[in-house]
Design a protein around this ligand. Structure first.
Ligand SMILES: Nc1ncnc2c1ncn2[C@@H]1O[C@H](COP(=O)(O)OP(=O)(O)OP(=O)(O)O)[C@@H](O)[C@H]1O
Length: 372
């Protein structure tokens, strides 16, 4: 979708290039986050894509076409742009702000206004309340959403975003990121955005591009970058807690084992023992008629039993995981409850398998895609 080929920028009189021979490709519908220390060339790279900065050499391809073939207006119609300070015009209402580009493109007023209302719905702002407001009467987060709505106005396939969430406090930032990912599921744009925040990149990106002194130091999926940092610089940049960061990328459902290792109330204890032997585990979950975990039995307890298992035989389960939980949440609950394993349930509370510390440690040995 977007391909940068040997892209470089050297300002006149400067001793070295600020962007030096960048090669990368971002697929349709992907989010690529540009990361790196201050001054390493992230913004310059972004601005070369929509020609706010002219490259010194190299090529940029959009949907397979050399962007040199596009008139600048045509290029910018295909590329939405969101900047940190949002850049809403203070003397215009939200509706007028969103309609700036459609108006420049000669859309009729009714069509542009309909689009503005539709976009506010997408970014979860009530059009009846917000279309007529001025930027000064919006919170930082609301202004950010209007900025995103404005960039989406002409439905460009590509969005460039320069630290879009940089000015928002950490709590609202998490909310806006979640909201943005929700919007992205709906609009499926190809997005390149600059960030300073490795956690934000890990959360949002399909691909992360780490820059250093104008060079692309590593370009890969978040899990690969965290599991296999290509250089000591990257390892330092992503942090010593990179194993913990990776836990956020995985869900309990990715780490399930022994999904059929369960026993129902009323079943015979010999069946439970056979199941545990088959899976080589020291405990088994007891489920009720609706397959919801009622408790668990250890091998010691089972060895003392003969005949059918009743609810009274089970020990209480300290904590369960939802299959949608990320593994950071799961590990946190395990630590808090002192458990080394937890039964995992689906949305209806039905048992779907075990998640264990052992399995999680095993998963962290290899990056996603290289696991069996
Ligand atoms: N018009 C210009 N003339 C000369 N040098 C420039 C110009 N614009 C930017 N630079 C330099 O280019 C380098 C890269 O800047 P750029 O804004 O791309 O960095 P960045 O990685 O986005 O940094 P930050 O994270 O601080 O925003 C910097 O050293 C900057 O001073």
């Amino acid at each position: 979708m977007i391909k940068l080929s040997n892209l470089s920028k050297r300002y006149e009189g400067a001793a070295s290039a600020v962007v030096d021979g960048i090669n990368m490709e971002v697929g349709a519908g992907e989010i690529c986050v540009l990361l790196g220390p201050s001054g390493c060339g992230k913004t310059t790279t972004l601005k070369m894509i929509n020609r706010l900065v002219r490259p010194t050499s190299g090529k940029i391809y959009l949907e397979g076409r050399d962007t040199d073939e596009f008139e600048v207006t045509e290029l910018r119609r295909r590329i939405g742009y969101v900047i940190q300070q949002i850049g809403l015009f203070p003397n215009m209402t939200v509706e007028e702000n969103i309609c700036v580009v459609p108006t420049l493109l000669g859309w009729d007023k009714t069509k542009a206004r309909r689009r503005a209302a539709e976009l506010l719905e997408i970014v979860a702002l009530d059009p009846a309340t917000y279309l007529t407001r001025y930027p000064k009467d919006l919170s930082g987060g609301q202004a950010q959403r209007v900025g995103v709505a404005r960039a989406l106005a002409t439905d460009p396939p590509v969005m460039l975003m320069d630290e879009p969430f940089g000015a928002i406090d950490p709590i609202n930032r998490e909310l806006i990121q979640d909201e943005f990912l929700r919007i992205q599921k709906q609009v499926k744009k190809t997005i390149m955005f600059v960030s300073h925040d490795i956690d934000e990149a890990v959360k949002m990106a399909d691909k992360i591009a780490i820059f250093r002194n104008g060079h692309l130091e590593q370009f890969d999926s978040p899990d690969h970058i965290l599991a296999r940092p290509a250089t000591p610089f990257i390892a330092g940049f992503v942090g010593t807690d990179r194993a913990l960061k990776r836990l956020r990328l995985l869900r309990a459902r990715d780490a399930l084992s022994a999904s059929d290792c369960l026993v129902r109330v009323g079943e015979d204890s010999t069946r439970a023992k056979a199941m545990m032997e088959k899976h080589g585990v020291a405990q088994i979950v007891l489920v009720d008629a609706a397959d919801k975990p009622h408790g668990y039995l250890t091998i010691d307890r089972l060895l003392k039993l003969d005949g059918p298992i009743t609810a009274a035989h089970a020990l209480p389960v300290q904590a369960t995981a939802s299959q949608k939980d990320d593994l950071r949440t799961v590990v946190s609950t395990m630590f808090a409850s002192g458990a080394s394993w937890m039964p995992t349930v689906d949305d209806d509370g039905r048992f779907v398998g075990y998640v264990s510390q052992e399995r999680i440690v095993d998963m962290l040995k290899l990056p996603q895609g290289e696991r069996a």
